[in-house]
Design a protein around this ligand. Structure first.
Ligand SMILES: Nc1ncnc2c1ncn2[C@@H]1O[C@H](COP(=O)(O)OP(=O)(O)OP(=O)(O)O)[C@@H](O)[C@H]1O
Length: 251
């Protein structure tokens, strides 16, 4: 469904150049949950941003259903592909109510039945209708991230790009939001590409994953490889060690 080939992203500011992504390729099947893991600065978020057309791609190809994506992305791309960011504090406008946050994409894409869709989106993420006219500061971190997920889902996309969607949350709330994302994917047949620095989170959420280091894809593993601790590189072994001890609680 999604095909990234030999992607290169270079940021330049003045004389400085940062080669954030250096020849990364990945293929994600429809309905799959694909993870990208690596230390801070390894280029994970930049890959997601490049898919959305938000990073300066200097080489490579990004295809959706076999068709190369136009730059800038066309509006219908955002009906099919939505992104959820790490920090719900930053991604929600402080002076917009939940209703305004959810109405905006519906208005931009001229969706009908807006009231109904907002009610449905809130209940899909486990928030009652009482949350509809609240402002972000009247929500907990977990509730805010649920609103961000509702906003991403309200256009009924097929693919969610999830950039550290739970790393700003407490461990117990993190587990709740991960379980919610898992359930939504199963119910709606969604395809996920999820970025995290935490291999434990990725191994719970994703069937396959790519490990990134310094802008390079160092290896691709399956969930089984991870569970058997079959990491091919010392770097991945180190990430595995760093994430040991994390357990996901059931809801
Ligand atoms: N807009 C930008 N301008 C200049 N450099 C950038 C920009 N965005 C990212 N970079 C650089 O690109 C590299 C990769 O950053 P990226 O955010 O993709 O890493 P990451 O693996 O997602 O890390 P983190 O988990 O900390 O977000 C870093 O060196 C970063 O400083």
């Amino acid at each position: 469904m999604l095909d990234v080939r030999d992607l290169e992203v270079t940021f330049t500011s003045g004389a400085d150049e940062v080669r954030a992504v250096r020849g990364v390729s990945l293929t994600v099947q429809k309905g799959e949950s694909y993870g990208i893991v690596g230390e801070s600065g390894s280029g994970k978020s930049t890959v997601l941003r490049a898919i959305c057309g938000l990073a300066p791609t200097s080489a490579g190809h990004i295809l959706l259903d076999g068709k190369e994506l136009a730059t800038p992305r066309r509006p219908d791309f955002y009906r099919r592909v939505q992104m959820v960011f790490q920090d719900p504090y930053a991604s929600l406008h402080p002076r917009h109510t939940v209703d305004a946050v959810l109405s905006e994409p519906l208005a931009i894409h001229r969706f009908d039945r807006r009231d109904e869709r907002i009610a449905e989106a809130l209940s899909a993420v486990g928030l009652g209708q009482g949350f509809r006219f609240r402002y972000p500061h009247q929500l907990s971190g977990g509730q805010r991230q649920r609103v961000a997920v509702a906003r991403a889902l309200i256009l009924e996309p097929q693919i969610l790009l999830l950039d550290e969607p739970t790393s700003a949350l407490d461990a117990s709330i993190q587990a709740e939001v991960l379980n919610l994302l898992d359930r939504l994917r199963a119910e709606r047949g969604l395809t996920y590409v999820m970025v995290s620095h935490d291999l434990a989170v990725i191994s719970h959420m994703c069937e396959r994953l790519m490990v990134m280091e310094h802008g390079l894809a160092v290896e691709e593993l399956t969930r089984d490889d991870l569970r058997q601790r079959r990491a091919g590189t010392p770097y991945t072994q180190r990430l595995l060690k760093a994430s040991a001890g994390y357990t996901r609680e059931a809801t």
